[in-house]
Design a protein. Structure first.
Length: 248
């Protein structure tokens, strides 16, 4: 993995760019919290990012998942099964992670948008990366309580439903960082705009709830946005939310 794929934004806080999706490594000494895991096809890049930062997979105390789409859940079951790492999501997202149902853009929805610039190349890459692979979890766990989790980085889960029912962002108050998952991104191969934005509507389970979820995060004290897609965004979170609203 190239070093420019790993971006440090604060001590112990790194955003890693995978194949069209990101994950975050939070470290405190030798202990690590991993937020999201990329596509199944990102597994070697995921492990390489830990190695580059000086960590073995055994150093991961917990995996936090913003939501159970394949490009974020990809290696969660592997890490849980192979290393015994607990994987935590919002309670409403647990059945999604177990694949009791699947709220994910369908091949038909993508095909209907294939005329749009960037959609077809992205779809081909997504399929090659395991976008339709079976990544269901057997033992996903809910967050253990309210407030900051007792994990490296002290992340605070913030329920931001809409993209999926149990989507959660993670606030790092001490670092002034919001890990936003897909509730707010800064770019995507299927989008022709740059900067803070919602994903194209075809990706959301409930678009109106996605818009409403922006109210949940806009007043959080943070000036660094680590999105599930796109580069690091720096600037007041309220301004980022307003920009996303203007784009619709």
């Amino acid at each position: 993995m190239s070093e420019d794929a790993i971006v440090q934004v604060a001590p112990g806080v790194h955003l890693v760019h995978g194949s069209d999706t990101n994950w975050v490594v939070l470290s405190d000494g030798d202990a690590v919290t991993l937020v999201d895991t990329g596509y199944p096809g990102d597994r070697q890049a995921l492990l390489a990012s830990l190695e580059t930062l000086g960590h073995a997979p055994e150093s991961v105390v917990a995996v936090l998942v913003t939501h159970a789409h394949n490009d974020h859940l990809g290696s969660a079951e592997y890490l849980s099964h192979t290393y015994g790492i607990p994987v935590q999501l919002h309670e409403a997202e647990l059945p999604h992670a177990r694949r009791e149902f699947l709220h994910q853009v369908s091949v038909g929805q993508v095909a209907r948008q294939a005329w749009r610039p960037g959609v077809l190349p992205w779809a081909v890459r997504a399929l090659r990366s395991g976008g339709k692979a079976d990544v269901r979890m057997t033992r996903p766990q809910p967050f253990p309580g309210e407030g900051a989790l007792d994990l490296p980085g002290r992340p605070v889960p913030v329920h931001t439903p809409g993209h999926t029912a149990g989507h959660s962002a993670f606030h790092l108050p001490e670092a002034g960082v919001l890990i936003s998952g897909d509730a707010l991104v800064s770019g995507h191969p299927t989008s022709q705009v740059h900067g803070p934005q919602l994903l194209p509507a075809m990706f959301d389970a409930e678009r109106e709830r996605s818009l409403a979820a922006l109210r949940t995060i806009e007043d959080l004290p943070a000036d660094v946005l680590l999105p599930g897609h796109g580069p690091v965004h720096r600037g007041p979170l309220r301004a980022a939310v307003e920009h996303a609203r203007e784009l619709g």
